[in-house]
Design a protein around this ligand. Structure first.
Ligand code: GMT
Length: 381
């Protein structure tokens, strides 16, 4: 089915689900579909005008009575408006909380107006493993996943976790996250390298939202072990609640001159292009999009072994995986990759080969086929 009109709802902030949703929308638009983003702010990777792409901002209604502005109501109303007036074929919501339940509400309102809209929900991770399974949310999350016309999860591990956490009968299709290999590739950024590692230091990199689940302190502690053995520097990219604590930890450990906190970066691929090892010691990770971005730039990954990470990072091939918190193993594995140029090159090549399996060219058609199937098979109810 070609020329679909697709609504995409996501979080517009720096974060895997928003990045993926935005790249998906842009990719679909390039293929001739009409894409309507419905969010409370312009998604951060939606930077320039592109044909077939439309952006609808959810109103921020701040009445003095409200301690919390009723975002869900405003979002549902915007969904109704856009679906009706743009005559959308399908609504694709990323991150179940609260998007799946809001979409259900919008769908019911639209049905009364004689417009049927199938809803596809993509589960991204913390919407299930952290937020969604909390008893404060679980009944609504479970209900709205079950009421979606189509449900996808970004890894087999997340599908399994969802089925374990919720009593749902809906089928869940696994569509892995993807990468645009034109953007994420190893570019020559020698001048950056000179500035960051003037004495040929090995460059370690961590990219995250600095939340507890990322175990950023493990990045620093494993780096401290590595740095005792070889000359190295660590780039910390991103921002979030734990950043202050991490800066304090670096001071305590006397590592300030070796670790640079660069904050949120738009062109993360330029920093990946000069890096030797990517570190992702997360406590939970449904997929690990940031690791895939690193691998596409030929950076081997040292990670934990949780959730969907082993579907991305192949132990002993594209990097190494170890138990959560095992910083000694992480440091040892990183040093073994860096023991020679030959070894590093071997891992770099394997990382790229694995990243190619997640190319947007291969994954995006899976979404197109899935939309077409859901549009074709869903019955009005
Ligand atoms: O990692 C986060 O806290 C952000 C979160 C999000 O929703 O933006 O990331 C989740 O979705 C990404 C895209 O599908 C996945 O690559 C991440 O692994 C997943 N994070 C977790 O499961 C912790």
């Amino acid at each position: 089915m070609y020329g679909m009109k697709i609504g995409i709802v996501c979080y517009p902030t720096f974060g895997g689900s928003g990045v993926l949703a935005t790249e998906l929308g842009l990719g679909l638009a390039k293929k001739g579909h009409e894409v309507h983003f419905i969010t409370y702010r312009t998604p951060f990777r939606l930077t320039a005008f592109q044909e077939n792409v439309f952006y609808h901002e959810v109103s921020d209604l701040n009445y003095p009575l409200f301690e919390y502005a009723p975002y869900e109501t405003a979002l549902a109303s915007k969904m109704v408006d856009v679906v009706l007036h743009e005559d959308l074929d399908v609504l694709h919501v990323h991150y179940a909380v609260p998007h799946a339940s809001v979409a259900y509400m919008a769908k019911k309102i639209l049905l009364q107006k004689g417009k049927y809209i199938p809803v596809v929900t993509t589960l991204h991770g913390t919407d299930i493993t952290l937020v969604g399974r909390d008893p404060a949310m679980a009944p609504v999350v479970s209900f709205s996943i079950d009421k979606s016309d189509g449900v996808t999860a970004v890894s087999h591990a997340l599908k399994k976790q969802t089925l374990e956490a919720f009593d749902i009968s809906n089928d869940i299709k696994v569509i892995h996250n993807f990468i645009d290999l034109n953007r994420f590739s190893r570019q020559n950024k020698e001048h950056f390298k000179q500035a960051i590692a003037p004495n040929g230091e090995r460059i370690f990199i961590h990219v995250s939202n600095f939340r507890k689940v990322k175990r950023v302190d493990d990045v620093i502690k494993m780096f401290a072990l590595v740095e005792k053995e070889i000359s190295a520097t660590l780039l910390m990219i991103g921002d979030g609640p734990d950043r202050y604590k991490m800066e304090a930890l670096c001071r305590e450990m006397g590592l300030c001159d070796k670790i640079r906190f660069l904050g949120k970066q738009e062109a993360v691929e330029e920093l990946l292009a000069i890096s030797d090892i990517f570190v992702m010691p997360s406590e939970n990770e449904s997929f690990g999009l940031a690791a895939l971005e690193a691998m596409a730039c030929q950076v081997p990954v040292i990670s934990s072994n949780v959730g969907g990470i082993p579907e991305v990072n192949i132990d002993g091939v594209t990097g190494y995986i170890s138990s959560v918190g095992d910083i000694e193993a992480m440091a040892k594995n990183a040093l073994s990759i860096l023991k020679s140029e030959e070894e590093l090159t071997k891992f770099r090549k394997a990382a790229l080969t694995q990243a190619e399996r997640f190319s947007i060219d291969y994954i995006l058609p899976q979404y197109e086929d899935y939309y077409a199937e859901i549009i074709r098979t869903t019955v009005y109810a």
